[in-house]
Design a protein around this ligand. Structure first.
Ligand code: NG6
Ligand code: CA
Length: 500
């Protein structure tokens, strides 16, 4: 009897052990402000992105995949929590001193992986706040709560965006290379310290300004927000991609013998675009194009790292972007003048900040050698918000009914095995829109219809808008008056989702 028990136990142990070994690693590569039309595998002809193209060639390339929102913070909130960000009113673009926006008691994507025995890491852009609400951030001490408290075992992050202070890396709970003799401070209300600002000393700028970004100058680039001290900790913009990519490949190397989840958030091609000199001038499209080449390089390094570690066949790589594209986002970096006819949004209208398709329809590639069909294209309706429920289901992790409430199990669609994907999804750029089948309804809004600073159609209108995305993907033909009942049905669907 005892012997039988032992045999049974070892059998169970063996199968569990094997199972753990076979759980695929998952790497989510998140670009910043990369548009649907910015990659050669998505039809760009003025720029070539060979590494991302290679990823698409070994995986499935999606043509109808979406972020939840047309800006960064809300899209990332949705990926990590499986909850639509517009259910709360504090998930807009976060300042660099924002408190953590994710409730640490919530189920999150990294917690799901952790529960399944994965080691988890967040490397790169965070932009979801740090610290507790109502208390001043302890920049010189223990910075918490943050990525570690929402499910990441390791983190190496930029707090917000490249154009916001503090311009430092934070590893786990501490700013990297900070010295006690030169404490750092950050303020978003008023100027602190006596360092030059873009407003007062434009002659010191290496990159001109077109809108905002006129506070503290770091590396000849003025930022949003004021900062003093922490000089030894400040990043060099041209080395950011190298630094975070090295951290990512390091993490892969160190964890190759166990399942891991890596959330790798590049800062490219978000402003300020100051890529490493080896990319400068290489795209012929100015700093924005060069930053896209840098992003492509990062992807290539990550692919190489999993090859070198011998785990390529057991690693799912998902590549996407957090919102649509923008050329001039506040710095006079020549992105508009040097676009040379490049269409960052492809055939879609709008861009970053817009409720039109280009706001949320982004490149989305899933690669898993041997498991997903190679070089296929899918037009399944896909959302990044579904990663939580999809991986939970795949890994047999239960999610409580009040958690990740907007996340659906779409694993089959992610793997290219279900051609339809979601029935519907909600897009968010201030106002909301619902996409269902071929149709899209945009809720009337008094917001501006155009943003002249960024030169992007925002899509707001006091009139309801209804588009047939199949016949009219560029949303030129408002059919609301022609098909009022269609529109009302979609409006009712949206209300149902909102009241969930
Ligand atoms: C805007 C900034 C823009 C960018 C954006 C956030 C100005 C004039 N514009 O307010 O440069 O930082 O916020 O981008 O300051 S996101 O991709 O992180 O959402
Ligand atoms: Ca972004």
């Amino acid at each position: 009897m005892r012997k039988l028990g032992f045999i049974l136990l070892s059998f169970v142990g063996l199968s569990l052990g094997l199972k753990a070994q076979h759980k695929p690693n998952v790497i989510f590569i998140y670009a910043d402000d990369l548009g649907y039309g910015d990659l050669s595998c998505y039809g760009a002809t003025k720029i070539s992105t060979p590494n991302i193209d290679a990823l698409a060639k070994q995986g499935v390339r999606f043509t109808n995949a979406h972020t939840t929102s047309a800006t960064c913070t809300p899209s990332r909130f949705a990926v990590l929590t499986g909850r639509y960000p517009w259910r709360r009113d504090d998930t807009g673009i976060a300042p660099g001193d924002s408190p953590l926006l994710i409730d640490t008691t919530n189920t999150t994507l990294p917690k799901i992986f952790r529960q399944a025995g994965y080691r988890t890491a967040a490397i790169g852009k965070w932009h979801l706040g740090l610290g507790n609400k109502g208390t001043k951030q302890e920049w010189n001490g223990n910075i918490t709560p943050g990525p570690r408290e929402v499910g990441f075992d390791y983190s190496y992050i930029m707090a917000a965006t490249l154009d916001r202070v503090p311009t430092v890396f934070i590893e786990n709970h501490h700013i990297v290379h900070l010295t006690q003799s030169d404490p750092i401070d950050v303020n978003y209300q008023y100027k602190i310290g006596d360092e030059p600002t873009g407003k007062e000393n434009p002659e010191l700028l290496r990159m001109g300004l077109s809108n905002g970004h006129s506070a503290t100058i770091v590396n000849g680039i003025s930022r949003i927000g004021w900062m003093k001290g922490g000089h030894s900790a400040r990043w060099t913009d041209q080395n950011i991609a190298d630094t975070i990519t090295n951290r990512a490949t390091d993490f892969i190397q160190k964890n190759k013998t166990q399942p891991f989840f890596l959330y790798f958030a590049s800062g490219d091609p978000h402003v300020p675009r100051d890529p490493h000199p080896r990319f400068v001038g290489k795209s012929g499209m100015g700093p924005r194009g060069d930053a896209i080449l840098q992003l492509d390089w990062s992807v290539g390094e990550i692919m190489k790292a999993i090859d070198d570690a011998g785990i390529a066949n057991n690693t799912i790589i998902i590549f996407s972007s957090d919102n649509g594209p923008v050329l001039d986002d506040g710095y006079a970096d020549g992105a508009v003048a040097m676009a040379h006819g490049h269409k960052p949004a492809g055939i879609f209208s709008g861009g970053k900040y817009s409720i039109y398709e280009a706001g949320t329809r982004v490149p989305f590639i899933v690669s898993w050698p041997g498991k997903v069909a190679q070089g296929k294209t899918s037009n399944a309706l896909l959302s990044q918000i579904d990663m939580a429920a999809s991986f939970a289901n795949y890994l047999n992790i239960n999610i409580a009914p009040n958690q990740c409430i907007d996340s659906q199990n779409q694993m089959k669609a992610y793997l290219g095995k279900n051609k339809k994907g979601r029935k519907e999804l909600v897009e968010d750029a201030g106002t909301l829109a619902i996409v269902k089948g071929d149709w899209k309804y945009i809720v009337p809004s008094g917001g501006p219809s155009y943003d002249t600073y960024v030169d992007i159609a925002l899509g707001n209108s006091v009139k309801p808008q209804l588009y047939n995305l199949k016949k009219d993907p560029s949303e030129k033909n408002n059919l609301a008056e022609k098909y009022p009942s269609k529109m009302e049905a979609l409006a009712a669907d949206l209300e149902k989702i909102k009241s969930r």
